[in-house]
Design a protein around this ligand. Structure first.
Ligand SMILES: [Mn+2]
Length: 322
């Protein structure tokens, strides 16, 4: 796939009058940050711009600028739109219910993304797979188009840059990531606060839940395998739900000797959703024993039976991969 020239993309954006922007379903900080930053920049340049996403914006991101602008349907007709932009969507099917409209669309299409699997499905494509986030690519596009990067836009781009880079910790973070962060800071982005909001803060219930779960941390295979388990009763007594367990399994993996960590979430009696994380061991192979899968270092599967039984089966499956 060859990218369109930045100058052509700038011209397409400047020539548009009515723009629809969408991202992948179940949007994350990078998808919404890049889509809304582009949406605001286009509006500030005097265009009509609409941000649509099948799932809307999640509640936890509602503190960020313009999140209330995310609409689950387009308020005008698709035939009145002259430019249809997808951001952070590796494949056109990732945009969910808008896929049909996209494929029928007669106007200009533009695809801005950082997924390596992106084949360039639009008329104009700008895919930079070595980027840690779509938000890392967006500033060069806005600057090429002559659009202003306001504080709100800088905060939205910073949201995506921080979340997709794991707070600047993933191995695809590059000198360019920091150059973009530097530009955003200059434009007033509150990097420190966004980092706190997305990576540090938690509710009291979540902290108490974490304490309970950590108390039950156990090891197998000479300390190379760590298990934590979360019960429905834990959620009841702490007023939390499964959305509060994010990061628990990674915490167990941070222990020096641990090669694989497993979190067992009780879905209902005798049914456990296992999340596996690994430093090197192929946990995709482990999960596939139980009909699951994912990535080499991060996988998941569902297991049925008593907790001790489930732990025993997983321990044997990890042992085979060590
Ligand atoms: Mn992304």
């Amino acid at each position: 796939m060859t990218n369109s020239a930045l100058g052509d993309i700038a011209r397409v954006l400047n020539n548009s009058k009515r723009v629809a922007i969408t991202c992948h379903v179940r949007p994350d900080g990078d998808a919404l940050g890049s889509a809304l930053a582009l949406c605001l920049a286009l509006r500030n340049a005097g265009k009509e711009a609409y941000m649509i996403c099948e799932d809307g914006a999640p509640e936890r991101l509602s503190i960020f600028p313009a999140m209330s602008e995310v609409s689950v349907s387009l308020p005008v007709k698709f035939s009145d739109i002259d430019l249809f932009v997808t951001v952070d969507a590796a494949d056109v099917t990732r945009i969910g219910i808008f896929c049909d409209e996209y494929l029928k669309f007669k106007g200009v299409t533009l695809n801005i993304d950082h997924h390596i699997s992106n084949q360039g499905y639009a008329k104009y494509n700008y895919v930079v797979p070595e980027s840690t986030a779509t938000c890392e690519i967006l500033p060069e596009i806005l600057l090429a188009a002559g659009f202003e990067i306001t504080k709100d836009i800088a905060d939205l781009i910073a949201l995506g840059l921080l979340t997709d880079s794991g707070n600047f910790s993933h191995n695809d973070v590059s000198a360019k990531t920091f150059a973009v962060a530097s530009l955003l800071k200059e434009r007033g982005a509150d990097i420190c606060r966004i980092s706190y909001l997305m990576f540090t803060r938690q509710t009291r219930g979540r902290a108490i839940l974490f304490g309970k779960v950590l108390n039950r941390l156990r090891f197998a295979l000479d300390g190379k395998l760590a298990f934590i388990n979360i019960t429905q009763k834990d959620f009841e007594t702490t007023g939390t739900d499964k959305s509060h367990t994010e990061g628990f399994v990674d915490y167990a993996l941070s222990i020096d000797e641990v090669e694989v960590s497993v979190s067992l979430l009780e879905v209902k009696p005798n049914q456990y959703k296992a999340s596996l994380r690994s430093k090197r061991v192929n946990v995709n192979a482990v999960a596939s024993n139980f009909g699951g899968g994912g990535h080499v270092l991060a996988s998941g599967c569902m297991l049925f039976g008593e907790l001790e039984e489930v732990i025993e089966r997983l321990t044997y499956a990890v042992y085979q991969q060590l």
